[in-house]
Ligand binder design. Structure first.
Ligand code: TXA
Ligand code: MG
Length: 328
């Protein structure tokens, strides 16, 4: 393990973009902001760099990565697009949508990044810093969220630092991200499938497709989950999480939503409100930061008020459900 690396932190800007491109070209690891969450980038064609990336995150190598590219032309060099995929790319790229597509014949992305699958996940991020880095580097960059495997995703450079300092070469600090939950993942199969709810609401995608998105089966044919990273307790704070709380129990902290108060709130160990005015976009942007903040308050548990399911609520509830899964 390369713990003990000196991790440089640079404010976003020309010097940081140039440094990021240099580190990527040398096979190193760079954390950078995207509009969804911070990503940990490596050269997608460099198997050794990708092996280091899995190691730095403590991520199992059977969990494949998303290839990030600058535009749809670059995406077409690594995957095959049918009419539906082209329509989605045209409507939503750059933006918080990842498409899972059949690999192109001469796909240059290292097999290690796709865990040996015949498909590849691709996205064109919208964040200016991510786009500048992709342009300066000039090739596909694989980038999982820049957290230790199993932790909640980072929405600030400080979150990245607390998980990965000493394990990666560079963090580019572009301030807090805008969306706050990871990209929506759509599998472009004969029937398009919602593999992961995320920063682009389901309804927007269904309007472009003109049909509903299918739900993924719990497991693929071969017993492998379809989006292998969607393991039940993937987004886990250490503190126990209790969902749909109508009151705060003894010793609990409260993750609130909306203007209403709940019983016991005055005795809560800590209270953070995802959005006092009940705005789901604001709640998504605050979700992971607030979970991290409440996790270190030494509470007996985190009680979470109900969050409506429309718009980004589907992604918020998905991450909360995973955070609440019992584990040892
Ligand atoms: O917003 C995002 O998507 C962020 C930013 C950094 O771009 N990235 C991100 O990556 O969330 P990661 O690695 O944390 O999540 C990628 C998910 C995993 O659940 C993985 O299993 C799934 O995508 N995935 C990757 N390739 C796949 C494939 N070929 N088929 C199905 N699922 C795939
Ligand atoms: Mg992740």
């Amino acid at each position: 393990m390369n713990v003990g690396l000196k991790t440089q932190i640079l404010p976003a800007g020309e010097a940081a973009v140039a440094a990021a491109a240099r580190v990527l070209a040398a096979g190193g690891l760079v954390a950078f902001p995207t509009e969804t969450v911070y990503g940990l980038g490596a050269d997608a064609t460099n198997a050794a760099a990708i092996a280091h990336l899995y190691q730095a995150k403590g991520r199992p190598a059977f969990n494949p990565l998303i290839a990030h590219v600058g535009d749809i032309d670059a995406a077409r060099r690594i995957a095959r697009f049918d009419a539906q995929a082209s329509a989605l790319a045209k409507a939503f790229w750059p933006g918080p949508l990842t498409l899972v597509l059949p690999k192109a014949k001469d796909c240059p992305v290292a097999d290690l990044a796709t865990a040996g699958l015949e498909t590849i996940a691709i996205r064109v991020p919208a964040h200016a810093v991510a786009r500048d880095i992709l342009r300066a580097f000039g090739g596909p960059v694989v980038a999982p969220s820049a957290n230790l495997s199993g932790h909640v995703s980072p929405t600030t450079a400080a979150h990245v630092q607390s998980d990965l300092a000493g394990r990666i070469d560079l963090i580019v600090d572009g301030g807090p991200v805008e969306v706050g939950v990871e990209s929506t993942i759509v599998g472009c199969f004969a029937e398009p499938v919602l593999l992961r709810p995320g920063g682009l609401p389901r309804g927007d995608i269904e309007r472009v497709l003109g049909r509903p998105l299918a739900q993924p089966p719990a497991d693929g044919d071969d017993g492998q989950p379809l989006a292998p990273g969607m393991l039940a307790s993937h987004y886990a704070p250490r503190t126990r999480v209790r969902l749909d709380a109508g009151s705060v129990e003894d010793g609990e902290a409260l993750l609130a939503f909306g203007p209403d108060a709940v019983a016991g709130v005055d005795a809560a160990t800590a209270v953070m409100n995802l959005s006092v005015r009940g705005d789901l976009d604001e709640a998504a942007a605050n979700l992971f930061g607030y979970l991290r903040a409440l996790d270190v308050r030494g509470a007996r548990g985190i009680a979470v008020m109900p969050v409506p399911h429309h718009g980004l609520g589907e992604a918020i509830n998905d991450r909360l459900r995973r955070a609440a899964v019992e584990r040892d």
